[in-house]
Structure formats: structure tokens, C-alpha cells
Design a protein around this ligand. Sequence first.
Ligand code: HEM
Length: 457
Amino acid sequence: IPIPQPPPSLLFGNVGDLDPTNISASMWHLAEVYGEIFKLKLGGRTLVVCSSYETVNDCCDWSRFGKQVSGSLKEVRALTGDGLFTAHTEEHNWGVAHRILMPVFGPMGIRKMWGGMMDIISQMLLRWDRFGPDNVLDTSAEFTDLTFDAIGLCAFGYRFNNFYSDAPHWFCTHMTDVLRECGVRGTLLAVQNKLRFLTAAKTDAEIKAMRDLCNEIIQERIRHPQPDSKDLLNPMLEGKDPETGEKMTHKSVINNMVTFLVAGHETTSGTLSFLFYHLLKNPEKYMAVQEEVDRVLGDKPLEPKHLSELIYVKFAIYEALRFMGPITMNSKGPKQKTRIAGKYEVESDWQILLNLKPFMRDPKVWGDDGDQFKPERFLNGGFERLPPNAWKPFGDGMRSCIGRGFAEQEMVMTVALMVQNFQVEMADPSYDLSLQVALTIKPDQFKIKVRRRSGRD
Ligand code: HEM
């Protein structure tokens, strides 16, 4: 079956079909027009966009498709090199870092980071408390401060101290600038990118400053070893690959430090912001979260044993990720010429994009209420009964998210402590979702107020 394509222009192919300020929205729109699969020509590249369960599920077959690092992700390599997120699977350093770091991100490793997460979440809540119930909070900015500080402290024992300052740490601002620029560059033609030489010079300087700070953190750890530290820096510097016996190189450690900061903060903060948007737009779901938190915690301090009991909280997060997660597309490459879902022929040098929002609302899997926020759909075995590969906000197979456990623990802790202690309200109840777009998406201008619940002080 031929793959539909919007009519291309003679010179620019389908460049005109994409809004460079919000590629994801263009992809969602094109999926509505062209259906489960469509093709775009951009410069010399052919892109195939899959938006249904059937097509995406087929692309999760690793014997025929691998992760492809191209477009914006390839641009991010200027910052993160062959760090885990942006490495090609066959790159040697990906294997070494993956094998050394997988156990550190396992359940035991993450549990050791409880104290660090608690430290940062408490800073945020204390600050909210001090500013009082009339203070208007920019949700995405607060959660970005939280997740950045948490990854800095838990991963490298470094305090960015965003909650002790009015402006975000320069490292965060640099990173946002660089990622936005990578997002733009990834959608432009090579000749258009050549014209951005002034921005390129600024981006290069920002990248150097960030990598220099990571190097300083490493040097400090070498000068003052902390054998009892529970962060990731010791295993990154000392750990040996069980397969080759090698340690990570100095450059690979820096690539992965920056990678964790990139991959670990906007994703988690975006998810928390989307979640609170949905909970506040659907007050009965907010109440369901609050009832569970009150039943499990009451006014007792949160402890690791409570995590497995906060089931509705977990599924509310899963539902926010299904509805519209911070990462909107996954990139795959066919290993040879093949047919997607047995019908759509693709060449080996084409890029396949998995269009996550329409895919995770496909009525064939989610029924006709896929456009509604309903954490209940996952309760009572609903999550386990999903067909394979139906819920995919954390990526696929061996290249899926190494930080998933870290993110889930941090998010459940944050929601539980927020709802236990505060009544959260929308600052402007008429607010409707608009998006901030960089490499990931998150709510824009979504403001909340928090009022301490009586008896919870
Ligand atoms: C990979 C999503 C949090 C570190 C990925 C991928 C997705 C994803 C979709 C695969 C990307 C691809 O195939 O190109 C998320 C979401 C998060 C989250 C939705 C939060 C809600 C985190 C955190 C960390 C992290 C907290 C670090 C502490 C990574 C790394 C990779 C990755 C290193 C690359 C893994 C590899 O290919 O070996 N993530 N992530 N992520 N994530 Fe996350």
C-alpha cells in the first residue's frame, strides 16, 4: 500500500507542512488528516510517521528496527556526545556505560536516593509554605527547579540550589537555550543552519561552560573522595564494565553527566505539570488522589514502604504520560528494506517517527474515551491487560529510559507530599492548556496556588 504524503513543494519538499516552533503539533495535525501513517520529504531525507497501535507495535520489532539518532537528537550530540541518550546503539561507549549504570538505576540504587529527593522536595514545599496561599506559582518553573536540583544532588552530590535563588541556575538556562536551538536546527535544512552562525557561537560557548562545570565536579570528587556517597558519580568513575572490564572514559563520564541532566529534568517536570493540569481540570480525579494519600499516609511522614500503596497516584502519572507526555516522538530506523504492519514498504535509509500522542489514544486499544483523562483505566489489572507495546512513554526495548525508576519514585514522592500538605488550586480557573516547546513539551503559563491543609503543619 502506498504511504500517503502531503503534496510536496518542488524546492522544499514538505518543509512547509511543519511549524518549526511546534513540530509535534504539526505531526498531530497531519495524523488527523492522513491517518495511521504518512510520509514527509525534508531536504534529502524521507520521514515516515506512524500514529496507530498497529504500525508502532510493528516498529518495536528490534530484529527489523533500531533506535535512530537523527534530526534534533543528532544536534544534541554537540552537548552530550556518545552519552546514553544520544549514542548510536553500536557505539562502544554506549554498551560500556549501559552495563555499568543499569544496576545503579535499579530499584536498590534508586531507593538509596530517597534522602536526596526528600531533601529537594522539602525545600520546594517549605518555600511554598513561607510565601503563603496568595502566591502564584508557575508550575512548570517550580517543577523544573525541583527536578534539576534533584538530579544534581542524587546523581552527582551537587547542589544547584534553585530554591535559594530568584533566577534559575545558569546551567539550567544554558541547557534550555541549547536544547531549544537543537530542536530548531533539527528541523531546518543544512543551508539554513549554516546561516545561524551567530547563534551557533553562543551555543558552543554555553556547551563549553556546562561541560566545564561537570569536569569541576569530577575533579572535586577526585580531590575529596566520598566512598560512602550514594550518588552516581562513584560508579561512573570507578565502576567496571562486567563484559570488557573497562571503566568509563573521562569524556564518557562528562557526556553522561550532561545526559542525565538533560534527560532527567524536563521530562520529569513536564510530566508533573501535565499531571496537575489534568487533576485540577478534573476535580474528582484530584479528590481520588487526595483520598488515597490520606488513607495511606494520613499525617504520618512519607516512607519508602508507602510507595507501593500509592497506586492511584502512580496510575494518574501513567495516565498523564499516556494522554500527552513530555517526549512526543521516538525515532526508529529500519535495519533493511521492510514493510510496516505487513503493508507499508519502507527503505533502509528512511527515518521512522513514532507519533506518541495519537498512538497512545488509538481507539482500537483505548476505546472511545482515549481523549479523556481517566487513571481508573489502569486499575484492577487494566495496565497489565494492555496489549504489548501499547503504553510507551519511556521509549522502547534496550534503548528505553534508564531513569524510569528514578523518575517514578521522584514523581510519586512529590505528588504524595504536595497533596498531603497542601490544597492545590488553579490560579486562573479559565486557563486552557498551551505548550512550551523545546526538545520536550510542557504546559506554558500554567499557574497554581497552594494552601496548607488545616491540621497539616
Ligand atoms: C531514554 C522518557 C526521565 C535518563 C528515554 C527515552 C524516553 C524517555 C522516551 C527513549 C528516547 C529514545 O528512544 O530516543 C523519559 C520520561 C521521563 C524520563 C517520560 C520522566 C517522566 C528520565 C530520568 C533520567 C533519564 C529521570 C535520568 C536520571 C534517560 C537516559 C536515556 C533515556 C540516559 C537513554 C537510555 C539509553 O538509550 O541507553 N527516556 N525519561 N530519563 N532516559 Fe528518560
